[in-house]
Design a protein around this ligand. Sequence first.
Ligand SMILES: [Zn+2]
Ligand SMILES: [Zn+2]
Length: 204
Amino acid sequence: MKIELHCHTNRYSPCARSTPAELVGRMVQLGYGAVFLTEHDVVWSDWEIEQLQRGFPDIRLFAGVELTITRSPFQHLLILGTTDPTYLDITEPAEVLAKARAEGHLTILAHPFRYEGRAAMLDEGLRPDALEYLSRNHPPELAALAKEAADRLDLPLVNAGDTHAVDHLNRFWIETDRPVTRPERIREIVLNKAYVNWTSDGDV
Ligand SMILES: [Zn+2]
Ligand SMILES: [Zn+2]
């Protein structure tokens, strides 16, 4: 199954260009089996996900969020599978990680070396479940830093689109042969490294 772990739509992310229906429709054409909708500091509700899901029976739609956990430097944490807006009120990164872990939601530090070339959270001893590897906003030179950190800390690395428009699709994703029937399953798949990172040039 081809999975997009990091996707913005113009419904809630001002920086995104495509509508939810445009993005999901294109993902079906490109053979994606599941997508996590991870808007900037907004969570989709279960009801909204259900509404959109009805129009696209060939792909599984799951909620999530890309939380701005600090602004200096910027740090973005993906929390996959949640529809709980109370994450937005938590100010301590450690508390966010603990809550997500307790609730079984996968956490991924998005583009960990994008800002100032360092991952402050990791420097402070905090550990997300996984690090983003290659994405639109994390080119090979930054991905190399993520690999170094992941090897040192024994964390999984995942490719993700960081998709903001239909033409961003089909560049970076993960493949797994395990079914993702419920959003919580993605956590065990990634923690057990039961997936392969893919790019449009093949597996990496
Ligand atoms: Zn981000
Ligand atoms: Zn993003």
